[in-house]
Write a protein that binds this ligand. Structure first.
Ligand code: GRG
Length: 304
Protein backbone atom coordinates (compact mmCIF):
# COMPACT_ATOMS: atom_id res chain seq x y z
CA UNK A 1 0.00 0.00 0.00
CA UNK A 2 1.06 3.61 -0.51
CA UNK A 3 2.55 5.07 2.68
CA UNK A 4 -0.06 6.78 4.88
CA UNK A 5 0.41 10.37 5.97
CA UNK A 6 0.10 11.50 9.60
CA UNK A 7 -3.02 13.49 10.51
CA UNK A 8 -2.35 17.21 9.90
CA UNK A 9 -3.18 17.99 13.55
CA UNK A 10 -0.33 15.77 14.83
CA UNK A 11 2.30 18.48 14.23
CA UNK A 12 0.17 21.12 15.93
CA UNK A 13 -0.31 18.80 18.90
CA UNK A 14 3.44 18.12 19.11
CA UNK A 15 4.06 21.85 19.31
CA UNK A 16 1.56 22.34 22.14
CA UNK A 17 2.94 19.29 23.94
CA UNK A 18 6.50 20.60 23.66
CA UNK A 19 5.46 23.88 25.30
CA UNK A 20 3.71 22.08 28.15
CA UNK A 21 6.63 19.68 28.74
CA UNK A 22 9.01 22.63 28.72
CA UNK A 23 6.86 24.38 31.34
CA UNK A 24 6.59 21.23 33.48
CA UNK A 25 10.39 20.99 33.56
CA UNK A 26 11.02 24.70 34.09
CA UNK A 27 12.98 25.64 37.23
CA UNK A 28 9.90 27.60 38.41
CA UNK A 29 7.61 24.57 38.25
CA UNK A 30 10.07 22.09 39.73
CA UNK A 31 10.19 22.88 43.47
CA UNK A 32 12.08 26.12 43.27
CA UNK A 33 12.37 26.45 47.01
CA UNK A 34 14.51 23.36 47.60
CA UNK A 35 18.04 22.73 46.36
CA UNK A 36 17.18 21.32 42.94
CA UNK A 37 20.19 19.81 41.17
CA UNK A 38 20.38 21.73 37.89
CA UNK A 39 22.44 19.00 36.19
CA UNK A 40 19.64 16.47 36.79
CA UNK A 41 17.00 18.89 35.51
CA UNK A 42 19.10 19.55 32.39
CA UNK A 43 19.50 15.81 31.75
CA UNK A 44 15.73 15.30 32.11
CA UNK A 45 15.13 18.14 29.67
CA UNK A 46 17.65 16.64 27.22
CA UNK A 47 15.73 13.33 27.22
CA UNK A 48 12.25 14.83 27.19
CA UNK A 49 12.39 17.92 24.98
CA UNK A 50 13.28 18.62 21.37
CA UNK A 51 11.96 15.84 19.19
CA UNK A 52 9.68 12.88 19.09
CA UNK A 53 6.33 12.49 17.40
CA UNK A 54 4.47 12.74 20.73
CA UNK A 55 2.27 9.92 19.49
CA UNK A 56 1.18 8.68 22.90
CA UNK A 57 -0.10 12.04 24.20
CA UNK A 58 -1.76 12.60 20.81
CA UNK A 59 -3.66 9.34 21.26
CA UNK A 60 -4.70 10.43 24.77
CA UNK A 61 -5.97 13.74 23.39
CA UNK A 62 -7.82 12.27 20.42
CA UNK A 63 -9.40 9.50 22.51
CA UNK A 64 -10.63 12.04 25.05
CA UNK A 65 -11.90 14.30 22.25
CA UNK A 66 -14.46 11.61 21.37
CA UNK A 67 -16.17 12.52 24.66
CA UNK A 68 -15.53 16.30 24.64
CA UNK A 69 -13.24 16.23 27.68
CA UNK A 70 -11.44 19.09 29.52
CA UNK A 71 -8.52 19.67 27.18
CA UNK A 72 -6.02 21.17 29.68
CA UNK A 73 -6.26 18.21 32.03
CA UNK A 74 -6.10 15.75 29.15
CA UNK A 75 -2.96 17.42 27.81
CA UNK A 76 -1.36 17.03 31.25
CA UNK A 77 -2.23 13.32 31.34
CA UNK A 78 -0.60 13.01 27.91
CA UNK A 79 2.47 14.88 29.17
CA UNK A 80 2.76 12.42 32.07
CA UNK A 81 2.65 9.50 29.65
CA UNK A 82 5.31 11.14 27.47
CA UNK A 83 7.55 11.42 30.58
CA UNK A 84 7.24 7.65 31.06
CA UNK A 85 7.95 7.00 27.37
CA UNK A 86 11.05 9.23 27.40
CA UNK A 87 12.31 7.65 30.62
CA UNK A 88 12.09 4.25 28.90
CA UNK A 89 14.08 5.57 25.93
CA UNK A 90 16.80 7.03 28.21
CA UNK A 91 17.19 3.73 30.08
CA UNK A 92 16.90 1.65 26.90
CA UNK A 93 19.85 3.58 25.39
CA UNK A 94 22.16 2.87 28.36
CA UNK A 95 25.26 0.68 27.89
CA UNK A 96 23.64 -2.05 30.03
CA UNK A 97 20.76 -2.22 27.56
CA UNK A 98 21.01 -1.16 23.89
CA UNK A 99 24.13 0.97 24.26
CA UNK A 100 23.11 3.65 21.77
CA UNK A 101 24.97 6.90 21.11
CA UNK A 102 22.21 8.71 19.24
CA UNK A 103 18.51 9.22 19.82
CA UNK A 104 16.29 11.50 17.72
CA UNK A 105 19.45 12.66 15.93
CA UNK A 106 21.16 13.89 19.11
CA UNK A 107 23.54 12.30 21.63
CA UNK A 108 21.73 10.00 24.08
CA UNK A 109 21.43 11.29 27.66
CA UNK A 110 24.30 9.13 29.01
CA UNK A 111 26.49 10.41 26.16
CA UNK A 112 25.59 14.07 26.67
CA UNK A 113 25.91 13.73 30.49
CA UNK A 114 27.05 10.47 32.12
CA UNK A 115 25.57 7.08 32.94
CA UNK A 116 24.64 7.73 36.54
CA UNK A 117 22.95 11.01 35.61
CA UNK A 118 21.03 9.26 32.80
CA UNK A 119 19.75 6.61 35.21
CA UNK A 120 18.62 9.29 37.65
CA UNK A 121 17.06 11.43 34.89
CA UNK A 122 14.98 8.41 33.82
CA UNK A 123 13.97 7.70 37.43
CA UNK A 124 12.99 11.32 37.97
CA UNK A 125 10.91 11.45 34.76
CA UNK A 126 9.05 8.32 35.83
CA UNK A 127 8.14 9.76 39.21
CA UNK A 128 7.36 13.17 37.68
CA UNK A 129 4.67 11.43 35.62
CA UNK A 130 2.75 10.43 38.74
CA UNK A 131 3.30 13.88 40.21
CA UNK A 132 1.70 15.45 37.13
CA UNK A 133 -1.38 13.19 37.08
CA UNK A 134 -2.08 13.47 40.81
CA UNK A 135 -1.33 17.23 41.03
CA UNK A 136 -4.11 19.69 41.97
CA UNK A 137 -3.37 21.43 38.71
CA UNK A 138 -4.73 18.44 36.81
CA UNK A 139 -8.37 19.43 37.01
CA UNK A 140 -10.13 16.06 37.10
CA UNK A 141 -12.29 14.28 39.70
CA UNK A 142 -10.15 12.28 42.20
CA UNK A 143 -11.70 8.96 41.16
CA UNK A 144 -10.56 9.51 37.57
CA UNK A 145 -7.07 10.52 38.69
CA UNK A 146 -6.85 7.36 40.78
CA UNK A 147 -7.90 5.22 37.81
CA UNK A 148 -5.34 7.03 35.63
CA UNK A 149 -2.53 6.44 38.15
CA UNK A 150 -3.49 2.77 38.54
CA UNK A 151 -3.58 2.25 34.77
CA UNK A 152 -0.26 4.03 34.22
CA UNK A 153 1.44 2.02 36.98
CA UNK A 154 0.30 -1.22 35.40
CA UNK A 155 1.17 -0.19 31.84
CA UNK A 156 4.67 0.91 32.85
CA UNK A 157 5.57 -1.80 35.36
CA UNK A 158 6.28 -5.52 35.60
CA UNK A 159 3.06 -6.53 33.85
CA UNK A 160 3.69 -3.99 31.06
CA UNK A 161 6.65 -2.14 29.58
CA UNK A 162 9.36 -3.05 32.11
CA UNK A 163 8.21 -6.69 32.20
CA UNK A 164 8.33 -6.77 28.39
CA UNK A 165 11.84 -5.34 28.37
CA UNK A 166 12.93 -8.04 30.85
CA UNK A 167 11.44 -10.76 28.64
CA UNK A 168 13.33 -9.26 25.71
CA UNK A 169 16.65 -9.28 27.61
CA UNK A 170 16.08 -12.89 28.67
CA UNK A 171 15.22 -13.92 25.12
CA UNK A 172 18.51 -12.47 23.90
CA UNK A 173 20.41 -14.72 26.30
CA UNK A 174 18.97 -17.99 24.99
CA UNK A 175 19.86 -19.71 21.70
CA UNK A 176 16.35 -21.11 21.40
CA UNK A 177 14.20 -18.92 19.13
CA UNK A 178 11.06 -17.54 20.76
CA UNK A 179 7.71 -19.06 19.84
CA UNK A 180 5.44 -16.71 17.92
CA UNK A 181 3.09 -16.57 20.92
CA UNK A 182 5.98 -15.42 23.11
CA UNK A 183 7.05 -12.74 20.63
CA UNK A 184 3.49 -11.40 20.59
CA UNK A 185 3.29 -11.38 24.37
CA UNK A 186 6.67 -9.66 24.71
CA UNK A 187 5.71 -6.93 22.25
CA UNK A 188 2.26 -6.36 23.65
CA UNK A 189 4.01 -5.66 26.96
CA UNK A 190 7.12 -3.79 25.85
CA UNK A 191 5.69 -1.36 23.30
CA UNK A 192 1.97 -2.19 23.36
CA UNK A 193 1.21 -1.41 27.00
CA UNK A 194 1.84 2.36 26.79
CA UNK A 195 -0.02 2.74 23.49
CA UNK A 196 -2.97 0.76 24.86
CA UNK A 197 -2.96 2.90 27.98
CA UNK A 198 -2.80 6.10 25.90
CA UNK A 199 -6.19 5.38 24.33
CA UNK A 200 -7.75 4.06 27.52
CA UNK A 201 -6.44 7.06 29.47
CA UNK A 202 -8.27 9.43 27.13
CA UNK A 203 -11.51 7.59 27.88
CA UNK A 204 -10.82 7.54 31.64
CA UNK A 205 -9.97 11.26 31.76
CA UNK A 206 -13.19 12.01 29.89
CA UNK A 207 -15.32 9.93 32.27
CA UNK A 208 -16.40 7.49 29.56
CA UNK A 209 -18.51 4.42 30.42
CA UNK A 210 -16.92 1.02 31.10
CA UNK A 211 -17.98 -0.16 27.65
CA UNK A 212 -16.48 2.83 25.89
CA UNK A 213 -13.33 2.49 27.93
CA UNK A 214 -12.96 -1.16 26.89
CA UNK A 215 -13.51 -0.20 23.25
CA UNK A 216 -10.75 2.42 23.40
CA UNK A 217 -8.47 -0.03 25.20
CA UNK A 218 -8.89 -2.57 22.41
CA UNK A 219 -8.33 0.17 19.83
CA UNK A 220 -5.07 1.05 21.65
CA UNK A 221 -4.09 -2.60 21.66
CA UNK A 222 -4.50 -2.74 17.89
CA UNK A 223 -2.49 0.46 17.51
CA UNK A 224 0.27 -1.14 19.62
CA UNK A 225 0.32 -4.33 17.52
CA UNK A 226 0.39 -2.31 14.29
CA UNK A 227 3.12 0.01 15.60
CA UNK A 228 5.44 -2.91 16.33
CA UNK A 229 4.62 -4.86 13.17
CA UNK A 230 5.21 -1.77 11.01
CA UNK A 231 8.46 -1.03 12.86
CA UNK A 232 9.73 -4.58 12.28
CA UNK A 233 8.56 -4.56 8.68
CA UNK A 234 10.40 -1.28 7.99
CA UNK A 235 13.50 -2.80 9.57
CA UNK A 236 13.23 -5.89 7.40
CA UNK A 237 12.54 -4.08 4.12
CA UNK A 238 15.20 -1.40 4.62
CA UNK A 239 17.79 -4.07 5.43
CA UNK A 240 16.94 -6.32 2.53
CA UNK A 241 16.68 -3.35 0.16
CA UNK A 242 20.19 -2.14 0.93
CA UNK A 243 22.11 -5.36 1.51
CA UNK A 244 20.01 -8.21 0.17
CA UNK A 245 19.81 -9.68 3.66
CA UNK A 246 18.52 -8.66 7.06
CA UNK A 247 21.28 -6.82 8.90
CA UNK A 248 19.41 -4.47 11.25
CA UNK A 249 19.80 -4.46 14.99
CA UNK A 250 17.27 -7.25 15.53
CA UNK A 251 18.87 -9.37 12.84
CA UNK A 252 22.34 -8.71 14.27
CA UNK A 253 21.08 -9.82 17.68
CA UNK A 254 19.57 -12.83 15.93
CA UNK A 255 16.14 -11.76 17.04
CA UNK A 256 13.17 -13.16 15.20
CA UNK A 257 10.35 -10.72 14.46
CA UNK A 258 6.90 -11.55 13.11
CA UNK A 259 7.73 -10.08 9.65
CA UNK A 260 11.03 -12.01 9.51
CA UNK A 261 9.20 -15.24 10.37
CA UNK A 262 6.03 -14.80 8.30
CA UNK A 263 7.25 -12.65 5.41
CA UNK A 264 6.24 -9.33 3.91
CA UNK A 265 2.91 -10.40 2.35
CA UNK A 266 1.63 -11.92 5.58
CA UNK A 267 2.64 -8.79 7.50
CA UNK A 268 0.96 -6.42 5.03
CA UNK A 269 -2.25 -8.48 5.12
CA UNK A 270 -2.17 -8.57 8.93
CA UNK A 271 -1.71 -4.79 9.07
CA UNK A 272 -4.69 -4.33 6.75
CA UNK A 273 -6.83 -6.57 9.00
CA UNK A 274 -5.76 -4.64 12.08
CA UNK A 275 -6.68 -1.30 10.48
CA UNK A 276 -10.10 -2.69 9.49
CA UNK A 277 -10.71 -3.89 13.05
CA UNK A 278 -9.59 -0.52 14.46
CA UNK A 279 -11.94 1.32 12.07
CA UNK A 280 -14.90 -0.95 12.96
CA UNK A 281 -14.28 -0.47 16.68
CA UNK A 282 -14.70 3.29 16.36
CA UNK A 283 -17.73 3.10 14.08
CA UNK A 284 -20.18 4.07 16.89
CA UNK A 285 -18.41 7.43 17.22
CA UNK A 286 -19.05 8.40 13.58
CA UNK A 287 -17.00 11.20 12.04
CA UNK A 288 -15.74 12.27 15.50
CA UNK A 289 -13.31 9.34 15.22
CA UNK A 290 -11.92 10.29 11.80
CA UNK A 291 -8.57 11.50 13.18
CA UNK A 292 -8.08 8.38 15.31
CA UNK A 293 -8.84 6.16 12.32
CA UNK A 294 -6.35 8.12 10.21
CA UNK A 295 -3.80 7.77 13.02
CA UNK A 296 -4.27 3.99 13.09
CA UNK A 297 -3.76 3.87 9.32
CA UNK A 298 -0.66 6.09 9.57
CA UNK A 299 0.88 3.94 12.30
CA UNK A 300 0.31 0.76 10.27
CA UNK A 301 1.41 2.11 6.89
CA UNK A 302 4.01 4.78 7.71
CA UNK A 303 7.18 4.70 5.65
CA UNK A 304 9.63 5.41 8.49
C1 GRG B 1 14.36 0.29 29.62
C2 GRG B 1 12.41 0.53 31.20
C3 GRG B 1 12.91 0.27 29.87
C4 GRG B 1 12.01 0.00 28.87
C5 GRG B 1 12.39 -0.10 27.51
C6 GRG B 1 9.74 0.65 25.08
C7 GRG B 1 11.09 0.26 25.48
C8 GRG B 1 11.25 -0.55 26.66
C9 GRG B 1 12.17 0.67 24.79
C10 GRG B 1 12.12 1.48 23.60
C11 GRG B 1 13.12 0.99 22.65
C12 GRG B 1 12.62 0.88 21.28
C13 GRG B 1 13.43 1.57 20.24
C14 GRG B 1 11.51 0.20 20.99
C15 GRG B 1 10.95 0.07 19.63
C16 GRG B 1 9.72 0.84 19.40
C17 GRG B 1 9.69 2.19 20.04
C18 GRG B 1 9.02 2.27 21.37
C19 GRG B 1 10.20 3.25 19.39
C20 GRG B 1 10.18 4.64 19.87
O1 GRG B 1 8.88 5.18 19.89
P1 GRG B 1 8.44 6.39 18.95
O2 GRG B 1 8.57 6.04 17.51
O3 GRG B 1 9.57 7.44 19.30
O4 GRG B 1 7.10 6.86 19.40
P2 GRG B 1 9.54 9.04 19.36
O5 GRG B 1 10.99 9.44 19.20
O6 GRG B 1 8.67 9.56 18.25
O7 GRG B 1 9.01 9.39 20.71
Amino acid sequence: PTPATPPAVLADHAERMEKLLDRLLSPQTLCDEIARPERLRAAMAHGLLGGGKRLRPFLVEQSAALFHANTDAVLRVGAALECVHCYSLIHDDLPAMDDDDLRRGRPTVHRAFDEATAILAGDALLTLAFDIVSSDETDLPPTRKLALVAGLSRAAGIGGMVGGQMRDLEAEKTDRPLAIRDIEMLQSMKTGALLRYACEAGAIAAGASGDERARLRRFGEIVGLSFQLADDLLDLTSDTATTGKATGKDAAANKATLPSLHGIDWTTARLRDLVVEATDLLDPFGSKADILVQTARYIAFRDR
